[in-house]
Design a protein around this ligand. Structure first.
Ligand code: PXP
Length: 241
């Protein structure tokens, strides 16, 4: 049976930490826990506004993590500098809008193309695996190939949304399948991510040719229910003694 790699996105551990300005829960602790429990990589998105993961998190995690760190960055001069200095093994280039709640769509590969090309070239020179976060579109996957990246990550947000709302997702699934097939034919490694839940990941895992899933928000949310009972029991014990 084929094995799909799991990249665990821990951004929202930092979201919870930052909500109170404390130093817990620790993204580093979460990264090491992901590693201990069989994650194939850990993903963090260092956003321009540092709303969750910050520069210190990146430094600490890259120092301690033994599995590959997948750093998501926007195509900006600042991020190019940070990525060139920290040299994570994997980089995924993502679009970023200041006001969005989350990464709302794939990259616009025609925007600032010269800069994007240059950024990819510079990071590839440092032997970093480069991925582009794209919509499930044939035009975009062909363009990604021309940009000489190693991988693409298909934005699964729309597909997952349809599933969550119990709407017809067949067309979106068809689009994803087609793009995965073309990506493989072009020699690109194809990944998938955004909005994945147990249900949507299960459906997409059946598509031959997707080799890596990056999952964050739902997984961190689910962890509350997996871990809450243990936390309550620990407090009960402390309060008894
Ligand atoms: N992949 C990429 C490129 C992302 O930017 C994100 C976060 O927006 C994810 C995967 C994970 O998405 P989610 O947190 O919805 O699982």
């Amino acid at each position: 049976m084929k094995r799909i790699r799991l990249g665990v996105n821990i951004d929202h551990v930092a979201t919870v930490r930052n909500a109170r300005g404390e130093n817990y829960p620790s993204p580093l602790k979460a990264a090491l826990l992901a590693e201990k429990n069989g994650a194939d990589s850990v993903t963090i998105h260092l956003r321009e506004d540092r709303r969750h993961i910050n520069d210190q998190d990146l430094k600490k995690i890259i120092k301690k993590l033994k599995i590959p760190l997948n750093l998501e960055i926007a195509a900006t001069r600042e991020m190019l500098k940070i990525a060139s200095n920290s040299k994570p093994p994997f980089i995924c280039i993502v679009p970023e809008k200041r006001k969005e709640i989350t990464t709302e769509g794939g990259l616009n590969l025609n925007h600032n193309e010269t800069f994007l090309k240059n950024l990819i070239k510079k990071l590839k020179k440092k032997k970093i695996r480069i991925s582009l976060f794209i919509e499930p579109s044939l035009k975009d996957i062909q363009k990604a190939k021309k940009l000489n990246v190693d991988c693409v990550e298909i934005h699964t947000g729309k597909f997952c949304n349809l599933i969550n709302k119990k709407k017809n997702y067949k067309n979106e699934l068809k689009k994803i399948k087609k793009v995965v097939k073309i990506g493989n034919l072009l020699g690109l490694e194809v990944h998938a991510g955004h909005g994945l839940t147990y249900t949507s990941a299960k459906i997409l895992s059946k598509i031959k040719g997707i080799v890596e899933f990056n999952i964050g928000h739902f997984l961190i949310g689910e962890s509350i229910f997996v871990g809450l009972s243990k936390g309550i029991k620990t407090f009960k014990k402390i309060l008894k003694s």
